[in-house]
Design a protein around this ligand. Structure first.
Ligand code: ADP
Ligand code: MG
Length: 253
């Protein structure tokens, strides 16, 4: 995509779970080359919004457009093929497989047996291609040295980077990260922020959910603040930080 092109448009989306309105009339956009952050307290509807964008959940109302095309109601695999890739709030990996295997084959299943079975069905050329791509993405985010370690032996910071490599391996135009910094140590957050800045410099577009306002302030081009399922405010990090509503609702000051 050309820099500045409107990639993702979330237009008045709504999601109800029975009587609970988890996401209510939320709108925002992501343009090519931007980092957009969705922040807000627990339960604000951030992960649900991700699930609406990626087709994990059906919309109750509203529309999601990808480069102008309505994608609401499309299955998540089809949405992924359009160039939207994501990580989940809880790391999804097979701990007893290596980092490289997780990145190369992680899309094939949640259990070691399932992945091994999928591998048996792959032809050699396809398998080589998957591993080469995984290796390339791990090198890209600075994890070449840990490629052959067991995923389960990694600290949380490198596990999150591994998941980002896996999401990158599908060659997305937009990467959605659900709370990539949650639970990380200070130096791991710093390393993650550096990787995200580098991806942006390479032309990647990012939408990230964060609980931690400080983490996104030096990183995001635009910030969308959610509260109780609604969009409280959207703006640059400086605008959001200066907003009295945000200070009252989110920062508690
Ligand atoms: P956040 O990611 O901002 O912490 P979520 O999007 O996970 O918030 O949740 C928003 C609200 O929707 C919460 O009240 C949560 O309990 C509810 N919720 C999320 N997923 C489901 C679901 N599958 N079924 C019922 N309620 C859900
Ligand atoms: Mg969440």
């Amino acid at each position: 995509p050309a820099a500045g092109e409107r990639l993702l448009e979330v237009d008045a989306v709504r999601k109800q779970f029975g009587g609970l309105v988890a996401v209510n009339d939320v709108s925002f956009a992501v343009d090519a080359g931007q980092i957009v952050a969705l922040i807000g307290p627990n339960g604000a509807g951030k992960s649900t919004t991700f699930n609406l964008v990626t087709g994990v959940l059906p919309l109750t109302a509203g529309a999601v457009r990808w480069r102008g095309q309505a994608i609401g109601g499309m299955p998540s695999r089809a949405i992924a093929r359009l160039g939207i890739s994501r990580t989940f709030q809880h790391v999804k990996m097979i701990p007893e497989m290596t980092v490289l295997e997780n990145v190369a084959l992680g899309g094939y299943g949640r259990t070691k047996a399932g992945v091994l079975q999928a591998m048996l069905r792959l032809d050699r050329a396809e398998e080589r291609r998957l591993f080469a791509e995984a290796e390339r993405q791990l090198a890209r985010i600075g994890m070449a040295a840990q490629m052959h370690e067991l995923a389960g032996n990694l600290a949380l910071g490198p596990q999150r980077l591994m998941e980002i490599a896996r999401a990158l391996a599908t060659d997305p135009a937009l990467l959605l990260l659900d709370e990539p910094a949650a639970g990380l140590r200070h130096h791991e957050k710093h390393a993650l922020a550096e990787v995200l800045r580098q991806l942006k410099a390479e032309g990647m577009s990012l939408l990230l959910v964060e609980h931690d306002m400080d983490f996104v302030m030096g990183l995001a081009d635009r910030v969308v603040v959610m509260e109780f399922g609604t969009r409280l405010i959207e703006g640059t990090p400086a605008e959001v930080q200066a907003s009295p509503e945000v200070r009252a609702a989110y920062l508690g000051t």
